[in-house]
Ligand binder design. Structure first.
Ligand SMILES: Nc1ncnc2c1ncn2[C@@H]1O[C@H](COP(=O)(O)OP(=O)(O)O)[C@@H](O)[C@H]1O
Ligand SMILES: [Mg+2]
Length: 369
């Protein structure tokens, strides 16, 4: 509650009506949750009274920042109540993410105690492992909406207006309770290889750094990138927390199998030894690819009027993504590695038993050499 009160006072001193209204609404929500219905109602009434005379400001709260030339929106607001998939993280990553959530959730106590800590988090790692999902998860756990600014879109054409757009985005994030989420953060650094003039780009990077530096302490910012190696040291230093989100381990894959199977059942989610064997096989596949494999198998389920995901469909999906060699022999070896018996392979693929035996025997001979 202290946070909201402090922000309302700041809004008043700076004559920032948008800020006052936004944080008063938040205060009313919080009081209602905590059972102080009378005060909450009273605040809501004040907000309503304040709105009509100031329709322009009420509008401004709804109007998002636009690109000056194209008039396109440069941010997207994702409310916190959106239903999301559960994100599965390794224990080390989970610990770091939870720490960040704790800091954000206790920001007013920290501020009152005089502890100044910037709430800036950089998520990096290969695509499809959950960076964007983690940002949504943090939004859910902190109750702060995400203001998503995709830098690839912002940097796309005119660097001249990039600096202006950055300013508008940071100004907007300052005036409403939110998490500013800069996705595809490397776009700024990447523009260096493009046709843009180096000096112009330097100015944009400087403007980004200035915006970050002049952020008020209460602003929560998360950035995500697939190309951490492209980021300047100066940018790295601006982030108090940096977390690499890499490929999941076997335990995480096992957990994902249950989530991705829902609402259907599958052999891999009901039989523990099969689940474990499958998780080993799926190591090295990104969660995003794994999800696609399950989604495709589910489509077949629905079209085939079945309630159970076919193991064969899932194995085919993994084989498609993971194994380069697409020969029949490689396929038989792949299924055998997963633990399927020769008879089971014969049944599921229709390949003759003798052929299967020969394929598997050649490998044993090669290994024996
Ligand atoms: N760690 C994870 N746990 C559960 N699902 C995941 C995870 N990582 C990715 N996914 C799935 O893959 C999709 C794409 O992941 P995303 O978060 O966009 O990855 P990134 O931003 O790192 O490229 C998500 O919508 C989610 O369904
Ligand atoms: Mg992403």
């Amino acid at each position: 509650m202290q946070t909201e009160v402090l922000r309302i006072i700041e809004g008043g001193l700076m004559s920032d009506k948008r800020k006052i209204l936004a944080y008063s609404a938040r205060l009313a929500d919080r009081l209602e949750r905590e059972g102080d219905i009378a005060l909450s109602k009273c605040i809501r009434q004040k907000i309503e009274e304040g709105m009509p005379q100031n329709a322009a400001i009420a509008d401004a709260m709804r109007v998002l920042p636009l690109d000056a030339d194209s008039r396109l929106q440069i941010v997207e607001v994702i409310p916190t109540d959106e239903e999301r998939h559960k994100v599965v993280l390794t224990p080390e990553v989970d610990k770091k993410v939870s720490e960040f959530i704790e800091i954000v959730n206790h920001r007013s106590e920290l501020e009152l105690a005089g502890v100044e800590i910037k709430k800036t988090l950089l998520l990096y790692g290969r695509p499809g492992c959950g960076k964007t999902s983690v940002a949504h998860y943090i939004s859910e756990k902190t109750g702060l909406p995400l203001i998503v600014a995709r830098l690839d879109g912002i940097v796309s054409s005119l660097l001249g207006s990039t600096a202006k757009n950055l300013r508008r985005i940071f100004d907007y994030a300052r005036s409403v309770p939110c998490i500013l989420f800069l996705d595809e953060f490397d776009a700024i650094a990447k523009a260096r290889d493009d046709q843009h003039e180096l000096g112009e780009l330097k100015r944009v990077i400087n403007s980004l750094l200035q915006n970050i530096d002049s952020m008020s302490p209460e602003t929560v910012m998360i950035a995500a990138t697939n190309h951490a190696e492209l980021l300047d040291n100066a940018i790295w230093r601006r982030f108090v927390q940096t977390v690499e989100i890499g490929l999941p381990g076997k335990n995480e894959i096992m957990e994902m199998l249950d989530i991705f199977s829902e609402p259907f059942s599958s052999e891999v989610s009901t039989d523990l030894s099969k689940k474990s064997a499958f998780a080993k096989l799926a190591e090295g596949i990104s969660p995003s690819d794994l999800k696609t494999i399950f989604d495709r198998a589910k489509v077949k389920c629905v079209l085939g009027n079945s309630k159970k995901i076919s193991m064969g469909d899932i194995l085919d999906g993994v084989y498609e993504v993971k194994v380069q060699d697409k020969s029949e022999r490689a396929y038989v070896h792949f299924l055998n590695e997963y633990g399927m018996s020769q008879i089971a392979i014969n049944k599921s693929t229709g390949i003759g038993l003798r052929k299967i035996k020969t394929y598997l025997a050649t490998n044993e001979m090669e290994e024996a050499k």
